[in-house]
Design a binder for this molecule. Structure first.
Ligand SMILES: [Zn+2]
Ligand SMILES: [Zn+2]
Length: 278
């Protein structure tokens, strides 16, 4: 199937995210041998507190584990993104003064002000700092999330906040329509969790009037759509497996469909990231 986007992406953009995903896959495979997550009762937790799992539990991620992952991630970035050589060097030269146990706690809480204070202390850009911490921890988050895959897929699984990942709390911007029955399944690009939501339904405002929910797509690329809501002007990118007859790598599909974000935003729709609470 043709995965080339109809609008060109910046040079090297897709390659970078493909190699980033490979790095994450390698780390997840390595960690599977050593990192143990004690499984929680997901349904009971979500029903009782109505908050993503990771904001309710201590996942016991050791500071040394973050240190190793961050070290490896900086090596990866050094090669894959030479343009961030300076902040990488600056971070490396201050590695010894970082309190990794505390950083894990601040990141998971999340206590953004504490993380920003560390970036200031290290004299590195805040965005870069959050990006490297987030991506270094993603392999662990993915391993934790794997334990709950079956719970999330269960017929009676219910979650009131379709755009928020019930495991890690990240905002989702992408869904797929399952080939066998058209079921809409949300995807988290941070921990790779998937959870069901309704098909003709706005994930932002809950509107379910068929005439208010439509979709936009580009000719010749009809499997990649952006569903829009006339009530709240929200949009959701979606891959329809029924059109192509096959699944895709959801992480890469999300990245390679930036043209759909542009299309929706040009027409006045929003992904409501301004309302993000986690
Ligand atoms: Zn997640
Ligand atoms: Zn809506």
């Amino acid at each position: 199937m043709d995965m080339r986007p109809p609008a060109p992406l910046p040079e090297g953009y897709l390659d970078f995210f493909q190699s980033l995903e490979s790095w994450q896959n390698e780390q997840t495979i390595k960690l599977r041998k050593t990192y143990v997550h004690t499984k929680e009762n997901l349904t009971a937790r979500l029903n009782r507190h109505r908050k993503p799992l990771l904001s309710q539990i201590n996942p016991h991620i050791d500071g040394d584990l973050l240190k190793d992952l961050l070290d490896s991630f900086l090596d990866f970035l050094d090669t894959a993104r030479p343009s961030v050589k300076d902040p990488i060097g600056q971070l490396r030269s201050n590695f010894h003064q970082l309190n990794f146990d505390h950083l894990v706690k601040s990141f998971l809480a999340p206590k953004e002000s504490e993380l920003i204070a560390v970036a200031k202390q290290l004299a590195i850009p805040e965005d870069f700092w959050i990006f490297v911490l987030d991506h270094s921890l993603r392999p662990v988050l993915r391993l934790i999330a794997e334990s709950y895959r079956e719970d999330l897929a269960a017929a009676d699984f219910h979650w009131d906040f379709p755009t928020i990942c019930p495991i890690c709390g990240a905002k989702s911007h992408f869904s797929r329509l399952r080939q066998e029955d058209g079921q809409r399944i949300m995807f988290c690009d941070r921990c790779f969790s998937e959870w069901k939501t309704r098909y003709l339904f706005c994930v932002h405002c809950g509107c379910d009037r068929p005439k208010d929910i439509t979709y936009l797509s580009i000719e010749g690329h009809d499997a990649y759509r952006v569903y829009v809501c006339q009530q709240c002007h929200g949009y959701l990118k979606t891959y329809d497996e029924r059109t192509s007859g096959q699944p895709v790598d959801m992480y890469i599909a999300n990245i390679s469909t930036i043209y759909l974000d542009m299309l929706a935003q040009e027409q006045g729709y929003t992904n409501h990231d301004e309302n993000q609470v986690t």
